[in-house]
Design a protein around this ligand. Structure first.
Ligand code: AMP
Ligand code: MG
Length: 327
């Protein structure tokens, strides 16, 4: 008997065929994952409003942490249902969309985005790509698609359907083949902050092209630091309440985030990350339950969550939330 593991071949459909887009849209609507060509790189798309689908997306990529994802839209109108934009950022949107420009700005309350897709931030990255397959899928769903690059975390971004299959066969439902990506480099990311536009990530749209529109020199971020600096966009959502981790016996004034068999008897209130011990379900619930617990009390205790699979990212986020505040 051969011992080699076999991976089922990844279905490859023609991205130019409307019937393939219909099938892909049906998969996405049910919470599935589809790799989609864009002008920059192939993206791994999930319904951005479906936390379970987004949890499956992080799991498929093997991401050790919940990085916020870019929400892909099919026009400026849909972008403005998700975020607010300053006049300067709007000018960039008019000049460069559809195209390799991502705008990060304040997320609207009403945005059809799961907390997990935004990694608990109250900002959101949005892009209208010059990519008919991606925009066609968004139009079919009537919702934004969260889509990081369609590769395993830590590997090179894919620019062909074959690259996608090398990394993700057996982990996603299908890939739409649109041929090689024309640009092949990720989008340029600009944050729309109270202090003006800030370059968060250099990318396919050159700084000079942006400065030609704004008429001013673009500030650099120096990594991602600027976005969490005082007065600028808020950093990762950190609970106000004190957080204790790996707690099996919560105290009477604690809100307990329960997992599997740790059900938190004796706690002030219990919120279940996953009663069945399902890490994808726990990931999907994590950010919204942290917010809820924060509103319910001054102290939060969290059950032990195994550090395997998605549990690594869950523990990463919990550890950050429990760390003493910088002040
Ligand atoms: P990728 O996962 O390759 O699509 O890259 C997405 C990039 O967008 C990452 O570098 C993220 O850190 C960045 N990003 C997404 N959302 C935000 C946000 N709200 N604030 C700052 N950066 C963001
Ligand atoms: Mg990537």
């Amino acid at each position: 008997m051969p011992l080699a593991m076999t991976v089922a071949p990844l279905p490859v459909l023609d991205a130019h065929d409307p019937a393939s887009l219909d099938r892909a849209a049906a998969i996405l609507r049910e919470g599935g994952l589809v790799a989609v060509p864009t002008e920059t790189v192939y993206g791994l798309a999930a319904d951005a409003g479906n936390a379970n689908a987004v949890a499956a997306l992080y799991a498929a990529k093997g991401r050790p942490a919940f990085n916020p994802l870019i929400a892909h839209v099919d026009g400026l109108e849909r972008a403005l249902t998700l975020i607010t934009l300053s006049d300067a950022a709007l000018a960039l949107a008019h000049a460069f969309w559809p195209g390799p420009l991502t705008l990060v700005s304040r997320r609207k309350e009403s945005a059809a985005i799961s907390d997990l897709a935004a990694a608990g931030l109250d900002t959101l990255a949005v892009r209208w790509p010059d990519a008919p397959a991606m925009t066609g899928l968004v139009a079919r769903l009537g919702r934004p698609l969260a889509a990081p690059s369609a590769n395993l975390s830590g590997t090179i971004s894919p620019t062909t359907a074959a690259h996608v299959a090398e990394g993700l066969a057996g982990r996603i439902t299908m890939v739409l083949d649109g041929g090689p990506c024309l640009v092949g480099v990720e989008s340029t990311i600009i944050a729309d902050t109270l202090e003006g536009l800030v370059l968060l990530r250099p990318g396919a749209l050159p700084r000079e092209a942006i400065e030609a529109v704004t008429g001013a020199r673009l500030k650099g971020a120096g990594g991602k630091a600027a976005i969490s600096a005082p007065g600028m966009l808020k950093s990762h959502y950190a609970p106000r309440a004190r957080l204790r981790l790996n707690v099996t016996a919560p105290e009477a004034d604690e809100i307990y985030l329960a997992f599997a068999d740790h059900r938190g008897s004796g706690a002030k209130a219990v919120l279940h990350l996953s009663e069945s011990g399902d890490l994808a379900e726990a990931a999907a619930n994590l950010f919204s339950l942290m917010r809820k617990a924060d509103q319910m009390g001054e102290r939060i205790a969290v059950a032990p969550v195994p550090a395997t699979g998605l549990g690594e990212a869950i523990n990463d986020r919990l550890t950050r939330a429990a760390a003493p505040k910088d002040s």
